[in-house]
Design a protein around this ligand. Sequence first.
Ligand SMILES: *Cc1c(COP(=O)(O)O)cnc(C)c1O
Length: 357
Amino acid sequence: MQTTYKKSGLIEKYRQYLPVSASTPVITLGEGNTPLLQSFNIPKMLGCPTLDLFFKLEGLNPTGSFKDRGMTLAISKAVEEGAKAVICASTGNTSASAAAFATKAGLKCYVLLPHGYVALGKLAQAIHYGAQIIPIKGNFDRALELVRELAEHTPVTVVNSINPYRLEGQKTAAFEVVEHLSRQPDYLCIPVGNAGNICAYWRGFKLYRELGITAAAPRMHGFEAEGSAAIVRGEPIKNPETIGTAIRIGNPASWQEAVRAQQESKGKIDSVTDDEILAAYKMLGSAEGIFCEPSSAASLAGLIKHLSDGTIPQNALVTCVLTGNGLKDPDTAQKVTAVDLTPVEADLASLKKVMAL
Ligand SMILES: *Cc1c(COP(=O)(O)O)cnc(C)c1O
C-alpha cells in the first residue's frame, strides 16, 4: 500500500533558507516545531499583568535541547561530504545530539573528554546512542585542539560549535517564533554560553525582516551566568563557574558575532547570578508547569532583571528561550525544593490532616 508520508524535521520545512540542495541526504529525528507557550501566571506574579510573555520550549527537541536544530544540518552535510565519522569535545547536550544524529545517519560518533571530568550521568545519552567516549589525559581546551587537528587529517567531521552548519540550522527557531506569534517579538531573552544560539536567532530574525516577512526584528537580550560572564566583563574567564553547566563557558566561540547581534538589534548582553537563575528555574516549574535545565532559566532570570531595572518595558511582547529539558538534571531539581518524606499513618484521618483538608 502506498502512503503519503509528510516528512518531518526542519530541513524539509525550511530548506529554501538552508545551505542544502536536492541531493543533500536529510538526516532527521523530527527536530524543530517546538511549542511556543503563553505564560499567564508569571506576568501576574511579577506584578506586570500587561507583559505579553511566551516561552519557546526547546527542551522538547528529540534529544532534549536546541542542539538538535544545528545537528540535523551538520550531520546531513557531513554525510553529503562523505564523512565516515563525526567527533566532538563535549560533556553535555552537544555530545547527546551528535551521537543521536550520527547513529541515525549510520556514522560513528566519537566524544572526547578531559580525563577526570567524566560524569557518566551527563554522558548517559551519548553512551546510549552508541557513541564512543574517549577520555584524554588533558584539559578541555586540549580536547578541542585534538578534535580540530584530527579533522584536518582524517575523514572525520567536527560537530562542535566551530561547525558552520550548526548556527544555520539553529536559526530556524526564530522562524518558528515568528510563525507562532504571526509577528516578531519586541524582545528575545536567551541564555548565552558559547554565544552561538543568540547569533543564530539574530540571523533568522534578520532574514525574515529582510524578506519582508516581518516589519522589524526583536531586540536580542542575552544572559551569561555571572561566574562565567566573559562578554559582559570584556575578557575571557579562566575558571568559569555556575550552576548552569550548559553556559559554563569562559571564552565563547561566537563572541564577536554575538556582540554584533546585540548592537545591530539594539539589545543587551548582561549577566544573572546563580541565585537568580535558580529562582527563575523554580518559578517555571511551580508556576507554569515547565521543567527546563537550570541554564535555560537564565533567560527568564534576565527578563526579570531587565523588567525591574526598566531596560524592558512592562507591556512588551517577550519570548524567552528555554534551551534544554529539566529531566537532564534531576539532581538540581531535587536540591532546590526540599521535601518532607516522613511517612504518615495509613488511615484516612491522618491523611486528611497532612493534606490540610
Ligand atoms: C548549548 C546550550 C546553551 C548555550 O548555548 P550557546 O549557543 O552556547 O550560547 C544553553 N542552554 C542549553 C540547555 C544548551 O544546551
